[in-house]
Every structure is written in C-alpha cells, then in structure tokens.
Design a protein around this ligand. Structure first.
Ligand SMILES: [Fe+2]
Length: 235
C-alpha cells in the first residue's frame, strides 16, 4: 500500500499462524458517547425482543449516530494511520467477546481490497469519505468465489451502514457481506466499526480478484490496540 496508494490494509503475509491474541489493549480513553455506544450494543445483544441481526443493528444505530455528532467522540490518536498504512484502532472489546469497537483509518488513496465479513457490523463514518463497493457471491466454494458488483456508494461523515448477511443467507456458513472500501480523499478517512466477536476472532476473508481465490484475512495486532488485516497465503 503506502506510496502506490492501492492494496490491502497491510503487507501480505504468507501462511502465518499463531496470532490469536485477546484484544485487551485499547487506544486512548473512553468518551461518554463511546460508552453509550458500548452500552447500546450490550443492550441490543441481550434484548430477546430483537429477532435478528438487522433488528439489533437498528437498535445500535441511534447511539452510533449520536457518537458521530459528538465533538470529541474518540481520542485523536485513534484517528491516526499506522506508519502511513490503514489500521484499526481498537476502542473497546466486550468482556464476553461478543463484539468490539474500532476506529478504522484509511489514508487517502488506500483501499481494503475485496473482503468478506462473516457476521454483523455497524459502521459509522466519522471523518473524510469512503467509497464502498458491495458484491454478491455468484458462487462461494470456501476457497474460491465468483463475485458480482451490486452497488457502489461514497459515504460521508454522519452516515451509518450495516454489514449483514444477504437475504436468504442468514444462518449459512457463507453468511455475511462482501465489500471493498477505498478512500478517494481528500484527507484521512475514519470510520467507527462495531463488529461481531473480538478482533482476533472476527471472521474475515479476502478475495484475490486475479485468481478468485478466497484467503484468510485476519486482524493482527501490530502494536498494542492497533490492528491490521493481513492476507494469509497470497502468492
Ligand atoms: Fe470491511
């Protein structure tokens, strides 16, 4: 990534294992707006009246919208890239491992590559802009996939979107959401993600658009509280 301005969250990593680290470290103090987002997420996850992920995301949404309007919702340090590269700065990890909150930072011109989230998420756009392309799996055999672009939208500050299984996919092992995000600029893009599970357990896969191979794309803690997604096994 870096100077080329195109690529993944971080440098490629070949078949590395053994990095399942608990996400205890966080970046900076917790604001009241962030604490309310954490509480709203905990409440949504324990509310038996909420029937599915969409209903739970809808219940989390007002706290995310309030956070985006707050004058100081996250520490300034959480808005910083890592050595010029994209990074996820962890703001909170649920004590029961059900979810985490991270500030995802994309320097101008950088991209995530096409990837898949295997469970729910709520994303709020805090700073700058992000062009998001969504894909539908025409076929997903686990280690290979054929994807079809379904939408492309540029999000700006204040917008909220969800990561949810496609209609009809809920409950299947391929459930989740394929997308790519790219910061078209100007400036650094920062979005607040509430994502299922812990950073190290979050189901995350990468799609190589050349070979159509699907590869692990785990979050790896580069420095305390600061995580980068790294492709495993890309030649
Ligand atoms: Fe993503």
């Amino acid at each position: 990534m870096g100077s080329s301005g195109v690529g993944r969250w971080a440098s490629r990593r070949r078949r590395s294992r053994g990095f399942a680290i608990a996400g205890d470290a966080t970046v900076g103090p917790v604001s009241e707006a962030l604490a309310r987002l954490e509480s709203a997420t905990e409440a949504a996850l324990t509310d038996a009246r909420l029937a599915d992920d969409r209903a739970r995301c809808d219940a989390i949404r007002p706290a995310m919208e309030a956070l985006l309007l707050d004058p100081a919702p996250i520490p300034d340090s959480a808005r910083e890239p890592l050595k010029g590269q994209a990074v996820g700065n962890v703001l909170h990890t649920d004590a029961h491992g059900r979810f985490h909150v991270m500030a995802v930072v994309f320097p101008e011109g950088t991209s995530s590559g096409v990837h898949h989230h295997g469970c729910w998420g709520v994303i709020g756009y805090l700073q700058g802009s992000d062009e998001e392309t969504r894909y539908r799996p025409v076929a997903d055999a686990g280690d290979r996939a054929e994807l079809e672009e379904t939408s492309r939208h540029t999000w700006h500050s204040g917008a909220v979107t969800y990561l949810l299984p496609a209609d009809g996919d809920a409950g299947s092992e391929r459930a989740g959401c394929w997308h790519r995000v790219r910061n078209p600029g100007p400036g650094i893009g920062v979005s607040v993600h509430v994502l299922c599970r812990t950073p190290s357990d979050h189901p995350h896969r990468f799609w190589d658009r050349t070979s159509h191979a699907v590869l692990p794309y785990p979050f790896v803690e580069a420095t305390p509280g600061r995580w980068q997604a790294q492709v495993v096994g890309l030649d």
